[in-house]
Structure formats: structure tokens, C-alpha cells
Ligand binder design. Structure first.
Ligand SMILES: [Zn+2]
Length: 523
């Protein structure tokens, strides 16, 4: 059974008659959201899809935790603006956008991610926590938590190594208060009324002291481990995933669940931990570095269906990698093969479910030209679609409008991540290289020139056979012949492109108009 269906069945079992199930996800817009965090949304999204498949109503609730404080300046922001430290302690939603494009720093990061979600055909019901908090929607929950603050202290203490401190317990308040003057949460709560309705705070920065009505002030945020379960109750959350570390013995899900059950009287949602992702060649991704690989960056080289496919295929706890190296070619060919099998009804139960969930809705035609084939020919014609079409036609591969997006991704991949694969014909003969080549290599270049000049149309298979006939020596072993082929290819590539490597040679010679390169082989 597919992992999302297993979770969906468990959710239904916990609460069989619920009218509409709520699957939640949430991210802090502390910087560009990386593809690893996307797993929070997509895990919940697939559970929604599975619930729907089982005939239930369900919705994806996505929370922007934008009323959290700025803890540190991401390194990429430090590069584009000065003095961003001045906003430390302010909520993301109230910090100006250093890019100067959006109403706030939070909004900039949110829009960037929401645009990618749109492209990935995921359309959640958004909650913007600054709006929820400042409109006092959680007034009741905050008052309740303040009233029960000492009991909350006791629960939190269970997960800490420190001893109970009577004085600390007396003063404890599970909130961060933003100062009404300087907007920062560098404040201390001086007193709370017994009914939790009133609170007095003092700002440690500007010294402002104020007594506020908790339900009306709008700038009091519950601490994370109380905020999270409070919102489970308000929104009726049935399922929420989180990084695997949240589920550890004293991780935030465990603590929040304890508060939910024992203080708030809320049933915690079903939790599913997920593993981290990596990008091949770039190591693990963590948002603190600021150099995040965003879903948008992945979308530049992976088709939306493929991104959805990988997340549907791997169970949440499994880690996997997006590859910006040659492995991407294998990802594409595996996807193409599986999609073909799915369309022909040849996939097993698990993979059928994967494709039922992962295909972008309303799309019915898919690119069929292998990514690897495009990568090996497109650079030669500067990724021009018309020229690619003509080249591929010569080797019997049809390329049409639906393949153009894939061509664009090949271009992004090579230009941004694999510049070594950009091959351009030399503007003039590489005489210096030719003159220094060995005698048998020179003869091979001349023979190749004569052969190509003599044939009317260059055919991939025939040119391959011809090259083997002039390079291979029947008296050598297979291994020796392979080494010899490599030595000669290096010469052909240097004469044509001025590099030791090049595109697939037979394909290149057959697909490109020979008048464009023949003169480079004539010595
Ligand atoms: Zn202040």
C-alpha cells in the first residue's frame, strides 16, 4: 500500500466520522525556503490526495509562521544589505523587504515559495500567522495558556534536565511579547493577572513598560511548544508532518502533544517524521546557511511532475537527493520509463498509486525526447529549438512543442551547473593540435574527412561503423581497442571543439549539417 494511503487510513480510524479532515504544514519565512522544507507541504498534500481517494473530504492547511522573531541574519541577506541586524527580535512580517520588492521580508520569501507551489500544482489554504495573531484570533488561547502558565511550566520542565525553581515557576509566562514602541520581543513579563486577561511587560531595549489587555493587544505570541498545539485545537488538525528530529524523545512534537492533551484538552494530530534531502555535490541543506536550493531552483532543471514523482515515490522517512550532476539524466530516463509503463497499465500497485498522486492535473501530453539525448546535441546549436528539431529528425527522433520546456531545462542544467558540457565548434582549424598529433591520429582525421565528404548523407550507424573500421585493430584485445578509440576521439574533439571531451560523436556528425564542421577536419 502506498505510504500516503496508510497514513490516510490511520487518520480515518482515529476519527471515522469527521466531515472534513485537515492536513497541516508550516514553515517560517526566515529566508528563501529550501526544497527540504517543501517536504512538509508535499507530505501533507499526498495525505490529502489519499484521503480524497478513500472518498473523504480533506484540505491542506499551510501556515506561514511569519510572526516568529528574526533570530539571525542569513548570509545571503547580509550580502545585499547593511544593518539588517537592527531587525533582530522583530517578527518577519514587520521587517522591510531588503530586496525592495514586497511589503515585508516575510512576504518576499512567501511569494517566492508560493510561486513554486503554484507551478507544482499545489494550492493550499494559507494561514498568515502575523494576521492571525494581530487580529487577536488566538486571544482565547493565549489567555487560557497564561491562566495555566504554571502547569505549562511543569510540563515543559519534564523534558528538561534542570530542577524545578519555585521563583522561576512563579514568574513563568509561555509568551513572547513584542514591545509596542520598538516592535521587538526583547521584553520581560513583570506580572500576569490570575485570570490571564492582563499582562504587564517591560522592554529591555527601550525601557517601555505597559499593562495590556491580552485579548486586545495583538502582539503577544505563544512560545512555539504552546503555539503549535493551540493552533491544532483552533484549526482541528488531523495530520501534520515534521522533520524526524521533532519526534525524538524530547522533540517539539512530543512536548507539544503533552501540552495539547494535558493542558489544552486537544487531541494531537497524527505525526509523520520526514528525512532530509540532499543535492548531489552540494551536501545537506540547512536554511541557516542562506544558500538555499529552493524549489524554484530545482524547477529550473526538474520538470514539476518529476519533483512530485520523487516525493511520492520515496516514503517520507527516506532521504533522497536531487542531482545537478549526470545522475539527473538517469532520473529523467527512469521517470519517462515509469510514466510509459503507467500509461500502459504495467506498473505495480505501489507505483500506480505514485503516478495517480503525482501527475500534474489537466496535463495530458509529456515530453518524450530523452533528457540525455537533448543534453548531447542541444549545446551544438545553442539550444535553438528549430535547429534541435532538424537535428533530431535526421536521427529519427521527433521533437515538437511539448519538448521545448524540457529543452529549456537542459539548457538551464548545462549553462548553470555543467558548463563543461557546452561544446562549440571552433571558429577556425586547430592546426597546432593537428600538427602535434601522432601520425596514425593524423591519418584518421584525414580519412574521416574523406569519408564524410564522399557520403551524400551522414548516417549515425554508418559513421560509427566506419570509425571502428579505421581505428580498431583485430590483433589488439578489446580493452586495448577501447583505449585506442578514446585516444582517437580525443583528437577528433580537439580538432572540432578544442576540448578533450565532446558530445556523442556519431550523433553529432550525423545530426549537424556537415558543411558546418567539415572544413575543420581538412588538413
Ligand atoms: Zn521597546
Amino acid at each position: 500500500m502506498h505510504w500516503a494511503e496508510k497514513l490516510a487510513r490511520e487518520i480515518i480510524e482515529r476519527n471515522p466520522n469527521k466531515e472534513e479532515y485537515v492536513c497541516a504544514a508550516g514553515i517560517s519565512p526566515s529566508g528563501s525556503v529550501h526544497i527540504g522544507n517543501f517536504r512538509d507541504v508535499v507530505t501533507s498534500y499526498y495525505v490529502v490526495r489519499a484521503l480524497e481517494k478513500l472518498g473523504k473530504k480533506a484540505r491542506l492547511l499551510f501556515s506561514w509562521d511569519e510572526y516568529d522573531r528574526l533570530r539571525k541574519v542569513p548570509s545571503n541577506i547580509a550580502k545585499i544589505t547593511e544593518n539588517f541586524e537592527q531587525y533582530l527580535g522583530m517578527p518577519y512580517a514587520e521587517i522591510p523587504d531588503p530586496h525592495g520588492e514586497c511589503a515585508s521580508y516575510a512576504e518576499y520569501n512567501e511569494k517566492e515559495f508560493e510561486k513554486s507551489l503554484e507551478e507544482l500544482d499545489i494550492h493550499p489554504d494559507y494561514r498568515y500567522q502575523a494576521k492571525e495573531y494581530t487580529s487577536n484570533r488566538y486571544g482565547e488561547g493565549i489567555v487560557f495558556a497564561l491562566k495555566n502558565r504554571k502547569q505549562i511550566y511543569d510540563v515543559l520542565l519534564k523534558y528538561k534536565t534542570q530542577e524545578e525553581d519555585a521563583e522561576e515557576r512563579e514568574k513563568y509566562a509561555p509568551v513572547n511579547v513584542y514591545c509596542s514602541v520598538c516592535k521587538k520581543d526583547v521584553t520581560e513579563v513583570l506580572s500576569v493577572s490570575d485570570d490571564g486577561e492582563e499582562l504587564t511587560y517591560r522592554c529591555k531595549i527601550c525601557g517601555h513598560t505597559e499593562t495590556v489587555r491580552v485579548r486586545e493587544y495583538g502582539h503577544i505570541k505563544l512560545v512555539w511548544k504552546v503555539d503549535w498545539p493551540m493552533r491544532w485545537g483552533v484549526e482541528g488538525v488531523d495530520f501534520e508532518p515534521g522533520g524526524i528530529d521533532h519526534a525524538a524523545a524530547s522533540g517539539s512534537y512530543v512536548v507539544a502533544s503533552d501540552i495539547a492533551k494535558n493542558i489544552l484538552g486537544v487531541t494531537p494530530p497524527l505525526f509523520q517524521g520526514y528525512g532530509w534531502l540532499s543535492i548531489a555535490g552540494m551536501g545537506d541543506m540547512h536554511s541557516s546557511t542562506g544558500n538555499n536550493i529552493t524549489p524554484g531552483a530545482v524547477l529550473k532543471v526538474y520538470e514539476p511532475d518529476m519533483i512530485r514523482w520523487l516525493f511520492a515515490k520515496y516514503a517520507p522517512e527516506a532521504g533522497f537527493a536531487f542531482n545537478f550532476d549526470d545522475t539527473i539524466i538517469r532520473h529523467y530516463s527512469e521517470f519517462d520509463k515509469m510514466l510509459e509503463a503507467y500509461k500502459n497499465g504495467e506498473t505495480d500497485e505501489y507505483n500506480t498509486a505514485v503516478f495517480d498522486y503525482c501527475m500534474v492535473s489537466g496535463k495530458d501530453s509529456y515530453s518524450k525526447v530523452p533528457f540525455g539525448v537533448l543534453a548531447s546535441v542541444a549545446t551544438i546549436v545553442d539550444f535553438n529549438p528549430q535547429a534541435v528539431r532538424e537535428m533530431l529528425a535526421k536521427i529519427g527522433v521527433s521533437f515538437d512543442a511539448r519538448d521545448e520546456e524540457r529543452l529549456l531545462r537542459v539548457k538551464n542544467w548545462i549553462c548553470n551547473h555543467q558548463p563543461g558540457k557546452l561544446f562549440k565548434l571552433l571558429p577556425e582549424k586547430n592546426a597546432e593540435y593537428f600538427n602535434n598529433a601522432q601520425e596514425d591520429e593524423k591519418i584518421a582525421v584525414q580519412k574521416l574527412y574523406e569519408y564524410l565528404s564522399s557520403v551524400e548523407a551522414v548516417e549515425e550507424k554508418e559513421v560509427q561503423q566506419y570509425l571502428y573500421s579505421i581505428i580498431n585493430d583485430p590483433n589488439l584485445t578489446k580493452k586495448e581497442n577501447t583505449a585506442k578509440q578514446m585516444r582517437f576521439f580525443k583528437v577528433f574533439y580537439n580538432v572540432l571543439f578544442g576540448q578533450d571531451m565532446g558530445p556523442r560523436l556519431y550523433l553529432f556528425l550525423a545530426a549537424v549539417d556537415k558543411n558546418k564542421y567539415l572544413h575543420l577536419l581538412q588538413f
